[in-house]
Design a binder for this molecule. Structure first.
Ligand code: PEP
Ligand code: MN
Length: 360
Protein backbone atom coordinates (compact mmCIF):
# COMPACT_ATOMS: atom_id res chain seq x y z
CA UNK A 1 0.00 0.00 0.00
CA UNK A 2 1.99 2.97 -1.25
CA UNK A 3 -0.61 5.64 -1.32
CA UNK A 4 -3.47 5.69 1.12
CA UNK A 5 -5.29 8.65 -0.47
CA UNK A 6 -7.90 6.55 -2.26
CA UNK A 7 -8.83 4.97 1.08
CA UNK A 8 -10.03 8.31 2.22
CA UNK A 9 -12.90 8.48 -0.23
CA UNK A 10 -15.40 7.02 2.20
CA UNK A 11 -14.10 9.54 4.65
CA UNK A 12 -15.93 12.35 2.94
CA UNK A 13 -18.48 10.93 5.29
CA UNK A 14 -15.97 11.36 8.11
CA UNK A 15 -15.30 15.00 7.31
CA UNK A 16 -18.99 15.73 7.71
CA UNK A 17 -19.28 13.49 10.76
CA UNK A 18 -16.20 14.42 12.71
CA UNK A 19 -15.46 12.54 14.85
CA UNK A 20 -17.08 9.42 13.48
CA UNK A 21 -18.73 7.63 16.41
CA UNK A 22 -19.32 3.89 16.56
CA UNK A 23 -21.16 2.87 19.72
CA UNK A 24 -23.19 0.01 21.11
CA UNK A 25 -22.79 -2.91 23.49
CA UNK A 26 -19.72 -5.12 23.72
CA UNK A 27 -22.09 -8.04 23.07
CA UNK A 28 -25.61 -8.36 21.76
CA UNK A 29 -27.28 -10.25 24.62
CA UNK A 30 -31.04 -10.07 24.07
CA UNK A 31 -33.26 -8.40 21.49
CA UNK A 32 -34.61 -6.11 24.21
CA UNK A 33 -31.13 -5.01 25.38
CA UNK A 34 -29.99 -4.29 21.81
CA UNK A 35 -33.10 -2.32 20.83
CA UNK A 36 -33.34 -0.37 24.09
CA UNK A 37 -29.71 0.71 23.80
CA UNK A 38 -30.13 1.64 20.15
CA UNK A 39 -33.28 3.73 20.74
CA UNK A 40 -31.45 5.73 23.43
CA UNK A 41 -28.80 6.59 20.83
CA UNK A 42 -31.23 7.30 18.01
CA UNK A 43 -31.00 11.10 18.12
CA UNK A 44 -27.37 11.32 19.22
CA UNK A 45 -24.22 11.85 17.14
CA UNK A 46 -23.62 8.10 16.93
CA UNK A 47 -23.09 7.12 13.28
CA UNK A 48 -22.76 3.33 13.53
CA UNK A 49 -24.37 1.00 16.06
CA UNK A 50 -22.01 -1.78 17.05
CA UNK A 51 -22.65 -5.11 18.77
CA UNK A 52 -20.48 -8.20 19.14
CA UNK A 53 -22.31 -11.29 17.87
CA UNK A 54 -19.42 -13.74 17.90
CA UNK A 55 -17.20 -13.01 20.91
CA UNK A 56 -13.54 -13.99 21.00
CA UNK A 57 -12.98 -14.75 24.68
CA UNK A 58 -9.52 -15.14 26.16
CA UNK A 59 -10.60 -18.23 28.11
CA UNK A 60 -13.37 -20.73 27.37
CA UNK A 61 -16.47 -20.86 29.52
CA UNK A 62 -17.40 -17.20 29.15
CA UNK A 63 -20.30 -15.89 27.08
CA UNK A 64 -19.33 -16.45 23.44
CA UNK A 65 -22.04 -14.42 21.75
CA UNK A 66 -25.59 -15.07 20.52
CA UNK A 67 -24.45 -15.85 16.98
CA UNK A 68 -26.36 -15.15 13.76
CA UNK A 69 -29.59 -14.50 15.68
CA UNK A 70 -28.13 -11.16 16.76
CA UNK A 71 -27.85 -10.05 13.13
CA UNK A 72 -31.64 -9.99 12.92
CA UNK A 73 -31.73 -7.65 15.94
CA UNK A 74 -29.23 -5.35 14.18
CA UNK A 75 -31.48 -5.31 11.12
CA UNK A 76 -34.28 -4.15 13.43
CA UNK A 77 -31.99 -1.45 14.86
CA UNK A 78 -31.41 -0.11 11.37
CA UNK A 79 -35.09 -0.24 10.42
CA UNK A 80 -36.29 1.40 13.66
CA UNK A 81 -33.55 4.01 14.28
CA UNK A 82 -31.90 4.62 10.90
CA UNK A 83 -28.45 4.00 12.40
CA UNK A 84 -25.99 2.03 10.33
CA UNK A 85 -24.71 -1.21 11.84
CA UNK A 86 -21.31 -2.74 12.65
CA UNK A 87 -20.10 -6.18 13.78
CA UNK A 88 -16.84 -8.03 14.33
CA UNK A 89 -16.12 -10.83 11.85
CA UNK A 90 -13.53 -13.54 12.38
CA UNK A 91 -14.02 -15.97 9.46
CA UNK A 92 -15.57 -16.30 5.98
CA UNK A 93 -18.84 -17.65 7.42
CA UNK A 94 -19.27 -14.54 9.58
CA UNK A 95 -18.62 -12.31 6.54
CA UNK A 96 -21.24 -14.14 4.48
CA UNK A 97 -23.88 -13.84 7.20
CA UNK A 98 -23.05 -10.18 7.90
CA UNK A 99 -23.45 -9.34 4.20
CA UNK A 100 -26.74 -11.26 4.03
CA UNK A 101 -28.02 -9.17 6.93
CA UNK A 102 -26.98 -5.92 5.34
CA UNK A 103 -24.40 -4.93 7.99
CA UNK A 104 -22.67 -1.71 6.89
CA UNK A 105 -19.32 -1.89 8.63
CA UNK A 106 -17.26 -4.92 9.58
CA UNK A 107 -14.26 -4.93 11.87
CA UNK A 108 -11.49 -7.43 12.41
CA UNK A 109 -10.73 -8.02 16.11
CA UNK A 110 -7.34 -7.75 17.76
CA UNK A 111 -7.05 -11.52 18.17
CA UNK A 112 -7.77 -12.06 14.47
CA UNK A 113 -5.36 -9.42 13.15
CA UNK A 114 -2.47 -11.43 14.60
CA UNK A 115 -3.24 -14.24 12.14
CA UNK A 116 -2.50 -13.59 8.44
CA UNK A 117 -4.48 -16.77 7.59
CA UNK A 118 -7.64 -15.40 9.21
CA UNK A 119 -7.22 -11.94 7.70
CA UNK A 120 -6.66 -13.47 4.25
CA UNK A 121 -9.77 -15.65 4.61
CA UNK A 122 -11.82 -12.57 5.52
CA UNK A 123 -10.28 -10.54 2.66
CA UNK A 124 -11.13 -13.30 0.15
CA UNK A 125 -14.71 -13.50 1.43
CA UNK A 126 -15.11 -9.72 1.07
CA UNK A 127 -13.71 -9.43 -2.44
CA UNK A 128 -16.12 -7.60 -4.73
CA UNK A 129 -18.16 -5.98 -1.93
CA UNK A 130 -18.04 -2.33 -0.97
CA UNK A 131 -18.28 -2.77 2.79
CA UNK A 132 -16.38 -0.53 5.18
CA UNK A 133 -13.74 -2.67 6.91
CA UNK A 134 -11.76 -1.56 9.96
CA UNK A 135 -8.74 -3.49 11.22
CA UNK A 136 -8.06 -3.43 14.95
CA UNK A 137 -4.40 -3.45 15.95
CA UNK A 138 -3.02 -6.89 16.81
CA UNK A 139 -2.77 -7.59 20.56
CA UNK A 140 1.02 -7.37 20.35
CA UNK A 141 3.00 -4.22 19.50
CA UNK A 142 3.59 -4.98 15.82
CA UNK A 143 2.89 -2.16 13.40
CA UNK A 144 3.94 -4.27 10.37
CA UNK A 145 1.41 -6.98 11.26
CA UNK A 146 -1.29 -4.33 11.66
CA UNK A 147 -0.49 -2.75 8.29
CA UNK A 148 -0.18 -6.22 6.74
CA UNK A 149 -3.83 -6.82 7.63
CA UNK A 150 -4.85 -3.57 5.91
CA UNK A 151 -2.77 -4.50 2.85
CA UNK A 152 -4.43 -7.92 2.51
CA UNK A 153 -7.85 -6.23 2.37
CA UNK A 154 -6.55 -3.57 0.01
CA UNK A 155 -5.29 -6.31 -2.33
CA UNK A 156 -8.81 -7.79 -2.33
CA UNK A 157 -10.05 -4.48 -3.69
CA UNK A 158 -11.64 -3.30 -0.46
CA UNK A 159 -11.53 0.48 -0.77
CA UNK A 160 -13.34 1.66 2.34
CA UNK A 161 -10.64 0.80 4.83
CA UNK A 162 -9.56 2.10 8.20
CA UNK A 163 -7.89 1.05 11.45
CA UNK A 164 -8.93 0.90 15.09
CA UNK A 165 -6.41 1.51 17.87
CA UNK A 166 -7.47 -0.55 20.92
CA UNK A 167 -4.19 -0.69 22.81
CA UNK A 168 -1.64 -3.46 23.25
CA UNK A 169 -1.48 -6.19 25.86
CA UNK A 170 1.49 -6.26 28.20
CA UNK A 171 2.60 -8.71 30.83
CA UNK A 172 3.30 -5.88 33.24
CA UNK A 173 0.27 -4.48 35.10
CA UNK A 174 -0.43 -0.84 34.19
CA UNK A 175 -3.38 1.50 34.74
CA UNK A 176 -4.72 0.43 31.33
CA UNK A 177 -6.31 -2.85 30.30
CA UNK A 178 -4.35 -2.54 27.03
CA UNK A 179 -1.49 -0.03 26.93
CA UNK A 180 -2.11 2.75 24.42
CA UNK A 181 1.55 2.97 23.25
CA UNK A 182 0.51 6.15 21.43
CA UNK A 183 3.80 6.25 19.51
CA UNK A 184 2.53 3.32 17.38
CA UNK A 185 -0.69 4.93 16.04
CA UNK A 186 1.24 8.22 15.70
CA UNK A 187 3.78 6.49 13.47
CA UNK A 188 0.97 4.87 11.49
CA UNK A 189 -0.68 8.28 11.03
CA UNK A 190 2.62 9.82 9.88
CA UNK A 191 3.16 7.08 7.32
CA UNK A 192 -0.47 6.84 6.11
CA UNK A 193 -2.10 10.21 6.82
CA UNK A 194 -5.13 9.29 4.71
CA UNK A 195 -5.89 6.00 6.41
CA UNK A 196 -8.84 6.66 8.73
CA UNK A 197 -7.83 6.11 12.35
CA UNK A 198 -10.41 5.32 15.04
CA UNK A 199 -9.68 5.01 18.77
CA UNK A 200 -11.35 2.40 21.00
CA UNK A 201 -10.96 3.86 24.51
CA UNK A 202 -13.14 1.10 26.00
CA UNK A 203 -10.66 -1.69 25.33
CA UNK A 204 -7.66 0.56 26.01
CA UNK A 205 -8.83 1.53 29.49
CA UNK A 206 -11.00 -1.38 30.62
CA UNK A 207 -12.58 1.14 33.04
CA UNK A 208 -15.47 3.45 32.31
CA UNK A 209 -13.94 6.24 34.47
CA UNK A 210 -10.98 6.60 32.13
CA UNK A 211 -12.82 6.60 28.79
CA UNK A 212 -13.29 10.37 28.55
CA UNK A 213 -9.62 11.17 29.11
CA UNK A 214 -8.40 8.67 26.50
CA UNK A 215 -11.05 9.84 24.00
CA UNK A 216 -9.85 13.44 24.41
CA UNK A 217 -6.22 12.42 23.87
CA UNK A 218 -7.25 10.61 20.67
CA UNK A 219 -9.07 13.69 19.37
CA UNK A 220 -6.08 15.88 20.29
CA UNK A 221 -3.94 13.52 18.21
CA UNK A 222 -6.24 14.01 15.21
CA UNK A 223 -7.90 10.61 15.26
CA UNK A 224 -10.89 10.46 12.90
CA UNK A 225 -13.29 8.76 15.25
CA UNK A 226 -14.12 6.77 18.37
CA UNK A 227 -15.56 3.34 19.07
CA UNK A 228 -17.13 3.26 22.53
CA UNK A 229 -18.96 0.38 24.21
CA UNK A 230 -22.31 1.34 25.64
CA UNK A 231 -24.94 -0.76 27.39
CA UNK A 232 -28.34 -0.06 28.82
CA UNK A 233 -27.29 -1.69 32.14
CA UNK A 234 -23.46 -1.78 32.13
CA UNK A 235 -22.96 -3.40 35.55
CA UNK A 236 -24.95 -6.42 34.44
CA UNK A 237 -23.40 -6.75 30.97
CA UNK A 238 -22.51 -10.32 29.96
CA UNK A 239 -19.05 -9.20 28.79
CA UNK A 240 -16.73 -6.25 29.54
CA UNK A 241 -19.04 -4.87 32.26
CA UNK A 242 -16.46 -2.54 33.88
CA UNK A 243 -15.73 -0.62 30.69
CA UNK A 244 -19.23 0.00 29.34
CA UNK A 245 -21.12 3.26 29.87
CA UNK A 246 -24.83 3.97 29.66
CA UNK A 247 -26.11 5.70 26.51
CA UNK A 248 -26.83 8.81 28.63
CA UNK A 249 -23.23 8.94 29.87
CA UNK A 250 -21.97 8.49 26.32
CA UNK A 251 -24.11 11.38 25.06
CA UNK A 252 -22.90 13.61 27.91
CA UNK A 253 -19.31 12.65 27.19
CA UNK A 254 -19.66 13.46 23.51
CA UNK A 255 -20.92 16.93 24.41
CA UNK A 256 -17.93 17.57 26.67
CA UNK A 257 -15.23 16.36 24.28
CA UNK A 258 -13.26 19.16 22.64
CA UNK A 259 -13.44 18.51 18.95
CA UNK A 260 -10.56 19.85 16.89
CA UNK A 261 -11.71 20.98 13.49
CA UNK A 262 -9.58 22.00 10.53
CA UNK A 263 -11.53 25.05 9.43
CA UNK A 264 -9.02 27.84 8.72
CA UNK A 265 -5.29 28.42 8.82
CA UNK A 266 -5.41 29.73 12.37
CA UNK A 267 -7.28 26.60 13.50
CA UNK A 268 -4.94 24.42 11.46
CA UNK A 269 -1.98 25.93 13.25
CA UNK A 270 -3.54 25.38 16.64
CA UNK A 271 -4.44 21.82 15.66
CA UNK A 272 -0.88 21.08 14.64
CA UNK A 273 0.45 22.65 17.82
CA UNK A 274 -1.99 20.66 19.95
CA UNK A 275 -1.00 17.43 18.25
CA UNK A 276 2.67 18.10 18.91
CA UNK A 277 2.03 19.14 22.51
CA UNK A 278 0.02 16.01 23.18
CA UNK A 279 2.90 13.96 21.78
CA UNK A 280 5.29 15.79 24.12
CA UNK A 281 2.99 15.17 27.10
CA UNK A 282 2.85 11.47 26.30
CA UNK A 283 6.63 11.22 26.07
CA UNK A 284 7.07 13.19 29.34
CA UNK A 285 4.80 10.71 31.09
CA UNK A 286 6.82 7.85 29.64
CA UNK A 287 10.05 9.52 30.86
CA UNK A 288 8.75 9.72 34.42
CA UNK A 289 7.64 6.09 34.33
CA UNK A 290 11.07 5.03 33.01
CA UNK A 291 12.82 7.07 35.74
CA UNK A 292 10.62 5.32 38.28
CA UNK A 293 11.61 1.92 36.88
CA UNK A 294 15.30 2.90 36.94
CA UNK A 295 15.04 3.87 40.61
CA UNK A 296 13.34 0.56 41.46
CA UNK A 297 16.40 -1.17 40.02
CA UNK A 298 18.65 1.18 42.04
CA UNK A 299 16.74 0.06 45.16
CA UNK A 300 17.55 -3.54 44.21
CA UNK A 301 21.24 -2.67 43.89
CA UNK A 302 21.02 -0.93 47.28
CA UNK A 303 19.68 -4.17 48.82
CA UNK A 304 22.54 -6.16 47.33
CA UNK A 305 25.19 -3.72 48.50
CA UNK A 306 23.66 -3.65 51.97
CA UNK A 307 23.77 -7.42 52.17
CA UNK A 308 27.45 -7.50 51.17
CA UNK A 309 28.32 -4.29 53.03
CA UNK A 310 29.71 -2.59 49.93
CA UNK A 311 29.96 1.21 49.47
CA UNK A 312 27.25 2.91 47.44
CA UNK A 313 29.42 5.14 45.33
CA UNK A 314 31.38 3.21 42.69
CA UNK A 315 33.26 5.93 40.76
CA UNK A 316 34.70 3.65 38.09
CA UNK A 317 31.30 2.32 37.10
CA UNK A 318 29.83 5.82 37.16
CA UNK A 319 32.53 7.26 34.86
CA UNK A 320 31.96 4.39 32.42
CA UNK A 321 28.23 5.13 32.30
CA UNK A 322 28.85 8.83 31.70
CA UNK A 323 31.32 8.17 28.87
CA UNK A 324 28.90 5.82 27.11
CA UNK A 325 25.96 8.17 27.50
CA UNK A 326 27.90 11.16 26.10
CA UNK A 327 28.65 9.13 22.96
CA UNK A 328 25.03 7.94 22.72
CA UNK A 329 23.94 11.56 23.19
CA UNK A 330 26.08 12.71 20.28
CA UNK A 331 24.42 10.10 18.05
CA UNK A 332 21.06 11.62 19.00
CA UNK A 333 22.04 15.28 18.60
CA UNK A 334 22.17 15.88 22.37
CA UNK A 335 24.93 18.11 23.74
CA UNK A 336 27.50 16.86 26.24
CA UNK A 337 26.43 19.61 28.62
CA UNK A 338 22.84 18.35 28.59
CA UNK A 339 23.82 14.69 29.07
CA UNK A 340 26.06 15.60 32.01
CA UNK A 341 23.31 17.60 33.70
CA UNK A 342 20.65 14.92 33.21
CA UNK A 343 22.84 12.01 34.27
CA UNK A 344 24.23 13.82 37.32
CA UNK A 345 20.65 14.38 38.45
CA UNK A 346 19.72 10.74 37.76
CA UNK A 347 22.83 9.51 39.54
CA UNK A 348 22.10 11.67 42.58
CA UNK A 349 18.53 10.37 42.79
CA UNK A 350 19.87 6.81 42.46
CA UNK A 351 22.28 7.38 45.34
CA UNK A 352 19.48 8.85 47.47
CA UNK A 353 17.39 5.75 46.78
CA UNK A 354 20.24 3.38 47.66
CA UNK A 355 21.00 5.32 50.83
CA UNK A 356 17.40 5.01 51.91
CA UNK A 357 17.61 1.25 51.43
CA UNK A 358 20.95 1.03 53.30
CA UNK A 359 19.57 2.94 56.27
CA UNK A 360 16.35 0.96 56.56
C1 PEP B 1 -14.75 -5.86 20.99
O1 PEP B 1 -14.70 -4.84 20.27
O2 PEP B 1 -15.71 -6.15 21.70
C2 PEP B 1 -13.54 -6.71 21.06
C3 PEP B 1 -13.60 -8.00 21.32
O3 PEP B 1 -12.43 -6.01 20.89
P1 PEP B 1 -10.88 -6.42 20.71
O4 PEP B 1 -10.79 -7.25 19.47
O5 PEP B 1 -10.25 -5.10 20.59
O6 PEP B 1 -10.47 -7.16 21.95
MN1 MN C 1 -15.68 -5.69 24.42
Amino acid sequence: MKNSKELRTWLDDLYINHPLVIAGPCSAETEEQVLKTAHKLKDSDVNYFRAGIWKPRTRPGNFEGVGALGLKWLQKVKAETGMKTAVEVANAGHVKLAIEHDIDLLWIGARSTVSPFIVQEIADALEGTDKIVLVKNPVNQDLALWLGGVERLHSSNIKKLGVIHRGFSSYQKTRYRNNPEWQIPIELQNRFPDLPLICDPSHITGKREMIFEVSQTALDLNFNGLMIETHIDPDNAWSDAAQQVTPDTLIQMMKKLKIRKETDTEAEYRNALNTLRTQIDIIDHQLIEIFGKRMEIADGIGELKKEKNVAILQSKRWNEILGKMILKGEENQLSEEFILKVFKAIHQESINHQEKVMNR
